[in-house]
Design a protein around this ligand. Sequence first.
Ligand code: PXP
Length: 262
Amino acid sequence: MSRSGSSFPAASRLGVNIDHVATLRQLRGTPYPSLVEAARIVETAGGEQITIHLREDRRHIQDQDVVDLRKSLKVMMNLEMAATDAMVKIATKIKPEWVCLVPEKRTEVTTEGGLDLKKNRSRMAKTIEKLKKAKIKVSLFVEPTVSVVTQSHDLGADAVELHTGQYCLATQGALGKKSASRVKPEFERIEKAARHGVQLGLHVHAGHGFDYENVRSVAALERSDRSALIEEFNIGHAIVCRAALVGMERAVREMIASIRAP
Ligand code: PXP
């Protein structure tokens, strides 16, 4: 039986991260592109969740985006954020269906790795408790290791989002000469951590760095009942990049129409 239809066994859900639609807007400070419109198109196309990262430096998503999306979304909202008091205050007001707690460094280009749960144990525990009290489900963005998945479970998280960045970089040849030899071990780390998470009763999500090719083998992983091992994928950059290409023809035609039929 195929997992591509809506019937059992269950297929994975796609959460579309639209941060980089906001990046394009913030580059120029223009009123476009509209995030609400982008989210509507994602919904029309079958995306089952909108993922946004409200970074402390507000480099792409702004507070008003979170408010506007909360009002307009028909699908679930997954708010990625650092475990700070200020962010918890925003989340408990907005009440997304999910919060994904992520580590954040101001100087990083993108999130560079999973949470250090040992170092930040008490802060994480307090943050998870506050969010769950507000009836928000909590996922922790972690490295794909058995030990950190166990720690996530012990902290009371509902889900882990496995950081797939190293695997994806390896598949793209971006780890230098060792890239080819890293693909298999990185893939196996993801599989092992995911199976462990499922055994512990956690929801298992995955994200970071996926493209249209390297996602396939991770999406093909199955449980014993043939449902998808990974319940949810959160993917952003590759989709926004692809949209710039597949949407280019229409965008150019519309501009020619504006010039020729003003
Ligand atoms: N999941 C998390 C926790 C992230 O921080 C990001 C990047 O913002 C993503 C998923 C999406 O990653 P990408 O844009 O590489 O698909």
